[in-house]
Design a protein around this ligand. Structure first.
Ligand code: NAD
Length: 474
C-alpha cells in the first residue's frame, strides 16, 4: 500500500474517532435503559441474520458447518449479551466506600464511568464472537466503539460493517476494514482504550503503538496451552474431551489444548483412546462436513511445515483420522498425534493453532510442572484427574490465564468468569464483571460534609488541631 493511501486512512480514521469523541463528550454516559436497548438491538439483529452469518463464516473458512458457528459463535454471543443485560444495573450502581474516621459525616463512592471511545481489533478464527463480545461489553459499559475485524475473514467483516453501522450509526459504532497496514494505523489512534485479540507478535506491535498515546490496552493473545493428564485421570473421558477441544474449528482456537503431558506409562493407552474419540467425533475423518477447513493455504502450509520439521528431527507422526477424501482444495488438515516431540522442534516452540497434538511424556508431576514453567505463561491450562496432591501442585505452581479441570475450553463460556491471559498470553480480561470494569473508569468521588474532624487540620491551628492529631496518631 502506498504512503499516500496510508495517510488517507489515517485522516479518515482520525475523523471518525474525533466525531465519536465529540458525540461522547456531548451526550455523556448513556442511561441504563439506553444500554439495555443497545444490547437488545444487537441480540435481535444477530438472531434475525443467523443464516447470513452462517453463510459468511462458511465462505470465509471454505468449509465451516452451521453447527460449529451456532455452538462456538452464536451461543456465546447471545449468552454474553443476556449476562450483560442481567448484571448491568448492579454494576452501574455507585459503590459506597468507607471514609477515614476524621472524615465521618462525609461520603465516598465509586462510579464506573464509560471511558469514551474503545478501539477493538479482532482476529479471524472466531471472527464474529471475538468482535461482538468485546463490542457488546464496551457498549454495556456506555462507550462508543471503532472495530477493526480481520481481513482473513472478509465475508464476516463485510457483514459486521453492514449490520453494526445500520444498527447504531457511525458515530456510535464504526467498522474499519483492511489488513495489517490499516491495523497499524488503527492502533496508533488516541483511543480511550484499545482491546486487541490476536497473536502475541502483533500484540507487541499494537502495545508499542498504543504506548505512544498512553492508550491503555487489553491484549487477548495466544500461546501454547498445555493439558496435564494426572496420574489418576480417566484416560478415555480425558481423550474424548481433549479431542473435542483440539479439533473444534480444526484446532484454530486460542485456548485449544496445544500439547498434552501424559504419564510415560500411559502414552500408548492415551493414543488409542484419542484415536477412538476422533473416530466418534468425525466418523468420516476429514471428509466429515462438521470438520472445519484451515483458513488459508498459507496457514495449511505452515501446519505441514511444523509436522515435517518434527518428523525430520525424529518424532513419530500418527495419523489419527485416515481418510480417502484428502482433497487439497478443501483446505482440510488431517488430525495427527506427534510422539517424541522435543524442544528443538518448531512444534514445541510455536503455538500450533491446528489439529496437531504433541504427546509429551513425564515421569513425575514435578517434571510436568517444570515443563510448563520453562515456557511462557499459557492462556489456558487443563488438568484431568481427581482432587489429589498432583492436581493441587499443578494449580499452585503454574500460572495461566485460566484453568478448566476435567474438560477443555469450557471456562471460556462461563460468563461470570474473567477471561484473559497473563505474561506472553496477554493482559487484562473481559467477560464477567472484570469485562465491564476493563471498559470503565472507576472514578472515586468524595463528597464533603458541613463539618468533620478533617476541618480542624487546616490553619489557623488550635487546641482542636492538637487533639485531632493526637487522636489520628494513636
Ligand atoms: P493476528 O495477530 O495476525 O491478527 C489479529 C488482528 O490484528 C487482525 O485484525 C489483523 O488485521 C490485525 N493486525 C495485523 N497486523 C497488525 C499490526 N501491525 N497492527 C495492528 N493490527 C494488526 O492474529 P490472527 O492470525 O487473526 O489470530 C490468531 C491469533 O490470535 C492466535 O495467536 C490466537 O491464539 C490468538 N487469539 C487469541 C484469542 C484470545 O482470546 N486470547 C482469541 C482468538 C485468537
Amino acid at each position: 500500500m502506498t504512503a499516500h493511501v496510508l495517510v488517507k486512512d489515517e485522516f479518515l480514521l482520525s475523523r471518525i474517532l474525533s466525531r465519536q469523541r465529540t458525540a461522547f463528550d456531548r451526550d455523556g454516559a448513556p442511561a441504563l435503559d439506553q444500554r439495555k436497548a443497545d444490547l437488545r438491538k444487537l441480540k435481535a439483529a444477530v438472531l434475525a441474520r443467523r443464516k447470513e452469518i452462517e453463510d459468511a463464516l462458511n465462505a470465509d473458512f471454505g468449509n465451516r458447518s452451521a453447527y460449529e458457528t451456532r455452538i462456538m459463535e452464536l451461543v456465546p454471543i447471545i449468552q454474553s449479551i443476556n449476562y450483560l443485560k442481567r448484571n448491568l444495573r448492579a454494576w452501574m450502581r455507585p459503590e459506597r466506600r468507607r471514609v477515614a474516621i476524621h472524615f465521618t459525616g462525609a461520603r465516598a463512592y465509586v462510579v464506573q464511568q464509560p471511558l469514551g471511545v474503545i478501539g477493538i481489533i479482532s482476529p479471524w478464527n472466531y471472527p464474529l464472537s471475538l468482535a461482538l463480545i468485546p463490542l457488546a461489553t464496551a457498549l454495556a459499559a456506555g462507550n462508543r466503539v471503532m472495530l477493526k475485524p480481520s481481513e482473513l475473514a472478509p465475508a464476516t467483516a463485510t457483514f459486521l460493517k453492514r449490520m453494526l453501522e445500520d444498527l447504531y450509526g457511525e458515530d456510535r459504532v464504526s467498522v474499519v476494514t483492511g489488513g495489517a497496514d490499516v491495523g497499524a494505523t488503527f492502533a496508533s489512534l488516541p483511543f480511550d482504550h484499545l482491546a486487541f485479540t490476536g497473536s502475541t507478535s502483533v500484540g507487541k506491535l499494537v502495545m508499542k503503538k498504543a504506548a505512544e498515546n498512553l492508550v491503555p490496552v487489553t491484549l487477548e493473545l495466544g500461546g501454547k496451552s498445555p493439558v496435564v493428564l494426572g496420574p489418576d485421570a480417566d484416560i478415555e473421558t480425558a481423550a474424548m474431551r481433549i479431542a473435542y477441544g483440539k479439533l473444534a474449528n480444526a484446532g484454530q482456537t486460542c485456548i485449544a489444548p496445544d500439547y498434552v503431558l501424559v504419564p510415560d506409562k500411559n502414552a500408548e493407552t492415551f493414543l488409542s483412546a484419542y484415536r477412538a474419540s476422533v473416530a466418534t467425533l468425525y466418523p468420516n475423518g476429514i471428509a466429515s462436513d462438521t470438520y472445519t477447513s484451515i483458513i488459508s493455504t498459507r496457514h495449511l502450509d505452515r501446519l505441514r511445515d511444523l509436522v515435517a520439521d518434527a518428523k525430520k528431527k525424529g518424532a513419530r507422526i500418527v495419523d489419527v483420522a485416515p481418510s480417502t477424501d484428502a482433497r487439497n482444495e478443501s483446505r482440510k488438515f488431517t488430525p495427527v498425534v506427534i510422539l517424541g516431540a522435543t524442544s528443538d522442534m518448531a512444534i514445541m516452540r510455536e503455538e500450533i493453532f491446528g489439529p496437531v497434538l504433541p504427546v509429551v511424556t513425564y515421569r513425575n508431576i514435578d517434571g510436568a510442572i517444570a515443563f510448563i514453567n520453562d515456557r511462557p505463561r499459557p492462556l489456558a491450562l487443563y488438568y484431568f484427574g481427581g482432587d489429589g496432591e498432583a492436581r493441587r501442585n499443578v494449580l499452585a505452581r503454574t500460572t495461566s490465564g485460566n484453568v478448566t479441570i476435567n474438560d477443555t475450553l469450557m471456562h471460556y463460556v462461563q460468563n461470570a468468569l474473567p477471561f484473559g491471559g497473563i505474561g506472553g498470553s496477554g493482559m487484562g480480561a473481559y467477560h464477567g464483571p472484570e469485562g465491564f470494569k476493563s471498559f470503565s473508569h472507576a472514578k472515586g468521588i468524595f463528597e464533603q460534609s458541613r463539618w468533620n474532624l478533617g476541618g480542624t487540620l487546616r490553619p489557623p491551628f488550635d487546641r482542636l488541631t492538637d487533639m485531632a492529631i493526637r487522636y489520628l496518631l494513636w
